[in-house]
Design a protein around this ligand. Sequence first.
Ligand code: PAF
Length: 283
Amino acid sequence: MLIVKTIHETRIHITEARALGKTIGLVPTMGALHEGHFSLIRRCRDECEYCVVSIFVNPTQFGPNEDLNRYPRPFEADTRSCREMGVDLVFAPEPDEMYPHENITWVQVEKLSEHLCGASRPDHFRGVCTVVAKLFNIIQPDSAYFGQKDAQQVAVIQRMVSDLNMPVEIRSCPIVREPDGLAMSSRNRYLNPEQRRQSLCLFEALSLARELVCGGQANSAIIIEHMQEIITSHSEVRIDYISIVDNTLLQPLLKIDRPALIALAVYIGRTRLIDNIIVDPPA
Ligand code: PAF
């Protein structure tokens, strides 16, 4: 497995793989890899002949008071996992390689970036789309793999690819959960044991929401109220948002009369966690 830090060298290896007729798959990550990432890598390995994992903690998607500096960077463990999983190339640039000068060109997907995480992280998706567009330009993958835990990210990237005619298939992969239901996230490692215990309220609230929808409840406000009750009974947990939106343009849905994304973000101490489910109204 190659570990490459420069764009120039990466392009040389990708060109070689292409010359051999190989299909290229990309799993973009910020490292601190866990089972969620591994499921993306496995799928990429299964579907593509040359598997690239990028590891880059992208500064432009973090707000001024967010966790850029303390974001975990277990580089040795990450590359070991990639090697064990049969990844062909890890692209791990330094920030200066990706942003050699002040960045003044941005990719911004309007509308889809406004609600949910976009409301409390105003420049987040601009940073995500810009770095993902750069990674697509550098690696030119046939397919790229993203986790459904970041449902809004997947929707925004899918729209970017469609609006800008980027020749890449976006593959969205199911959320991977711990046995007790907590969605896997690199940020889970910030939680102390009590916070980890309380973090289960995200899954509890989403499970209740699913039950309510299956039982015929279509009123989003009522569902959100029930979810709030569960979460606010946990002393360490503060709600950022709980939203029910349509599953295409991510606009708020007052009534669940079509497939809907129920998404939430909470702070547990200083740690921000997100989770979601997709629900269909009963026939
Ligand atoms: O989901 C992530 O880890 C990041 O947002 C991504 C897609 C790698 C872009 O930095």
